[in-house]
Design a protein around this ligand. Structure first.
Ligand code: ATP
Length: 351
């Protein structure tokens, strides 16, 4: 085994389907034992990239290096990756135990060892009592756990998942996300998961890869992507960001919607920029304290329980604002409010 920490190097992979360029020179180094989420809007190339890693699809150019060895041309079954894909459903005519043991049987693992591994995995997924049930008698969540156990039974070098939780209801999906993360840590298996759900990606990933139109826009830890998005697309895609015009008004200072804010930037005075600021990072202030702030009108309100989500229209922009219900003064539609932007929470991008 290689001593480098890079387990899989996706080395300049491109893929075209006729005129459609689904992937453009994707270059990623995936660390051993890490959990990577490929995130992006529909059609950005997530599934294509995962299928190329699995070997179901051939890249138009570029290489896949696993532990330093070129596997670009290796057929899927020789790669021996664990996979949970929608197209790889459980075998309906087999029991749970037979499903989990399937890959072991193909690899001619002894029956005793198969039994031991199935028992261990059923314990890990906390379903020890269902070994002899047909998979048709399982709930959606149970099926997904069995699919995960089947994929991990072969102790794969890579674990690939394509939207594995998208068919589950919200509560079960939440629970399964925690379980999946715990399982992955327990097995220490390098994992790549495709999702279009930003919450899921934030919850699971050590490294988040944000794709758009076949290109990697940012690859970093979720907190980095959230706090320092590479551009306004990433800022907007990862949670409600407001994008508003700003201009560098002096050294260490910008004007954002007529509000002067202390913010260091490399751009010259006078440069026009786009500023991204998240809904939860805008502070609402009483009108009495509006001096130097941005004043707007509440045009939408939604009570989310512990917090409220508002739209405040100010200077021709509709800004989404999220705040604690305990901190909201008496507000109603058409109330005027003052908004404060905090320079440490604003990201700037060239327009
Ligand atoms: P979704 O979230 O909707 O599944 P995705 O990000 O997984 O989207 P892909 O399925 O990888 O996106 O598709 C990327 C692009 O490649 C899309 O424009 C898609 O239409 C195109 N594409 C994918 N597979 C094929 C194919 N077999 N033939 C032709 N075009 C394809």
């Amino acid at each position: 085994m290689s001593t480098t920490n890079t387990h899989l190097h996706i080395d300049g992979i491109s893929k075209s389907f006729g005129d459609v360029q689904a992937l453009k020179n994707v270059d990623l180094k995936i660390k051993r034992g890490s959990f990577v989420c490929l995130l992006g809007p529909s059609g950005c190339g997530k599934t294509t990239l995962l299928r190329i890693i699995a070997g179901f699809e051939t890249a138009s150019s570029g290489r896949l290096m696993l532990d330093g060895a070129d596997i670009t041309q290796m057929p899927p079954h020789k790669r021996g990756f664990g996979m949970v894909f929608q197209s790889l459903a459980l075998f309906p005519h087999m029991t749970v135990a037979q499903n989990i043991a399937y890959g072991l049987k193909l690899r001619k693992v002894s029956r005793a060892e198969q039994g031991r591994r199935v028992e261990e995995l059923l314990n890990v997924i906390e379903l020890p009592e269902i070994a002899d049930r047909p998979v048709s008698a399982l709930s959606g969540g149970q099926r997904q756990r069995v699919a995960i156990a089947r994929a991990l039974a072969i102790q794969p070098p890579l674990f690939l998942l394509d939207e594995p939780l998208s068919a589950l209801d919200a509560k079960l999906r939440d629970n399964m996300q925690i379980e999946l993360r715990q399982l992955q840590q327990k097995f220490g298996v390098t994992t790549i998961l495709v999702t279009h759900d930003q919450h899921e990606a934030m919850m699971l990933a050590d490294e988040l890869v944000v794709l758009k139109d076949g290109e990697v826009f940012q690859a970093a830890a979720p907190s980095t992507v959230y706090q320092n998005p590479a551009d306004s697309f990433v800022a907007d895609f990862l949670g409600a960001a407001n994008i508003a015009p700003a201009v560098v008004s002096g050294p260490g200072q910008i004007t954002l919607m007529s509000q002067e804010i202390a913010l260091d930037t490399v751009h010259a005075v006078g440069t026009k920029l786009n500023a991204a600021i998240r809904a939860e990072h805008i502070r609402m202030m009483p009108l009495a304290e509006a001096k130097g702030l941005t004043v707007g009108t509440v045009t939408f309100m939604r009570d989310l329980g512990p917090a409220s989500e508002l739209v405040v229209t100010a200077e021709g922009q509709n800004l989404r604002v999220r705040c604690d219900n305990s901190s909201v003064p008496d507000l109603a539609i058409n109330s005027q409010v003052a908004l404060r932007f905090d320079g440490s929470r604003v990201s700037l991008f060239q327009s």
